[in-house]
Ligand binder design. Sequence first.
Ligand SMILES: Cc1cc2nc3c(=O)[nH]c(=O)nc-3n(C[C@H](O)[C@H](O)[C@H](O)COP(=O)(O)O)c2cc1C
Length: 378
Amino acid sequence: MGLSDRTGTNPLFNENPLKLGIFGPNVSHGCAITTAPGALEVTWANTRRIAELADAAGFEALVPVARWKGFGGKTNFNGTCFETYTWAAGLAALTRRIAVFSTSHVPTVHPILAAKQATTIDHISGGRFALNIVCGWYQPEMEMFGAPIMPHDERYAYASEWVEVVRRLWTEAEEFDHEGRYFRINRGFHEPKPIQHPYPALMNAGGSEAGRHFTAKYCDMAFILLRQHDWDGARAQVDALRRLAKEEYGREIQVWSYGYVVCRPTHREAEEYLNFYVRERGDWEAVENLTRIIGVQSDVVDPDQLEAFKFHFIAGWGGYPLIGTPEEITEDLVKLHQVGLDGCLLSWVNYEDGIQQWRREVLPLMEQAGLRKPVTLL
Ligand SMILES: Cc1cc2nc3c(=O)[nH]c(=O)nc-3n(C[C@H](O)[C@H](O)[C@H](O)COP(=O)(O)O)c2cc1C
């Protein structure tokens, strides 16, 4: 297959006003820090089934979490997990139209290897690969690699050079030398080029100033943690990011966020289940470990908001709560679109049941609301 404009092969660039994806199907318990029955057990059969269901329902994105070590507690949350390039390669071969991401911790993989793996997955998938670039914040897992975690802003300086090398490999026809602060490349060479032109979509999920600038300068998509239920704040957050990309770097970017779903016939039943899996069955020890490190290592969440966030972290990694009937959830999705989001990744306690229910009960309402065009369900 020859080079193609990526809008033709990658559904991340389709026309749907609110695109959809799955977040965290490669890590144990996914995004829900709970011992409730039905939470994700990571086996290839399970992760494959989730990917195939999402593909069949016309979702646009499968986004894994990059993880090397769990967060302790009863669940050792996320501790059992698949490596994300090999995971994406397998799923690229098994799916037909969904974009398959890898989430790559830049300090753990040399840019020549990352570029090659990404290109290979882009070819396996026929131009549906995308790369979520993360710098690493969870000290114990980064230290497993034998080096201390870098100071915060330096992580993004490193990521910038990393992505510049990857982009040169993906796009330059001639061999090149690179002599930088972190990498020295002698006669860099890369063939074949990715199917997607100029190269696969890049995403970043940093919330700090350095992270926002990295996203605005290098990425096609920002993946953000949205302020809860504060629509004006959310709108300002999304606008500011787009403005930064436009005004400082002359670029257009997509902005995505994520939400956790509890969909039930009545609002009360949805709230009851949410309370059950968070308050009764939540792994509060794991969330304590997680938020303590997030508070210290990143600028995403204000320290004084951290307590309230524990509930939301257990419920779904601090994502936006999509709780209630299919109609109520659709109303929230309309608002998420109105604040300026291009896409939303979803998680459930039980992904398989959740995706099937979404396809039956929520997708038709999203179509009626003009958020998505009907697709051929596979
Ligand atoms: C939506 C979202 C998804 C993320 N996914 C991962 C991940 O899979 N692995 C990881 O190590 N960090 C992940 N992060 C953490 C960020 O990449 C980043 O390290 C963290 O937000 C700290 O950077 P900051 O201070 O620039 O916000 C995620 C963050 C957000 C908001």
